[in-house]
Design a protein around this ligand. Structure first.
Ligand SMILES: CC(C)(COP(=O)(O)OP(=O)(O)OC[C@H]1O[C@@H](n2cnc3c(N)ncnc32)[C@H](O)[C@@H]1OP(=O)(O)O)[C@@H](O)C(=O)NCCC(=O)NCCS
Length: 161
């Protein structure tokens, strides 16, 4: 199945959205295109490169409606270099925001982390999204910092007992 990137708003996204993990080259291409649209074109957070070395050993969530892919997020399991699991590249296309898609993506990633008994998950939140991550159980720690002019805050969530 080839995935297009859907940009038309629809009324009831949350009811029709499915979150799954990318398994094919076409699905990973959709993940990359979503990152380009949000982190390069919209936010200028990255200049060109929207993939990195952690993609190879990470789980890529993809939120899909019948017409195409509208959101994504990545869970990287703990490594020697970074002992905590890490979530990054979370994005929903602008016209689909505020409808629960990002929350569904995060729930899928966290459910996987919990099922694999990863004790702590960290992320670097853009500070406009702090409340979004707090609602999912993340707690801020450390100093805020800037990435290409966008303020970030490190956050962590412990696996529920
Ligand atoms: C942050 C983001 C992934 C949330 O996705 P989403 O699909 O809108 O998430 P939900 O609908 O489940 O939750 C929306 C909540 O996120 C918050 N939010 C943060 N930025 C928002 C935005 N630009 N538009 C809408 N909601 C936003 C709101 O507080 C909202 O809370 P509410 O439900 O009380 O209104 C999405 O806004 C996005 O892609 N932003 C640009 C990229 C980005 O900043 N990614 C996060 C990197 S740390």
């Amino acid at each position: 199945m080839s995935l297009t990137i859907e940009s038309r708003p629809i009324v009831d996204v949350a009811a029709g959205v499915r979150v799954r993990f990318a398994r094919t080259p076409e699905e990973f291409a959709a993940v990359v295109e979503l990152r380009r649209r949000v982190f390069r074109d919209e936010q200028s957070l990255v200049e060109t490169e929207v993939t990195d070395s952690e993609d190879r050993h990470s789980y890529q969530a993809l939120a899909v409606i019948p017409d195409g892919a509208i959101g994504t997020g990545r869970l990287t399991p703990p490594t020697v270099a970074r002992p905590e699991a890490h979530i990054a590249w979370g994005a929903t296309l602008p016209t689909f925001r505020g409808r629960g898609v990002g929350t569904e993506i995060m729930r899928a990633l966290l459910a996987s982390a919990d099922a694999a008994r990863m004790p702590v998950v960290t992320l670097s939140a853009q500070t406009h999204a702090l409340a979004f991550y707090r609602r999912l159980g993340f707690i801020p720690y450390g100093e805020r910092f800037l990435v290409r002019g966008i303020e970030h805050q490190r956050m962590a969530r412990r696996r529920p007992l």
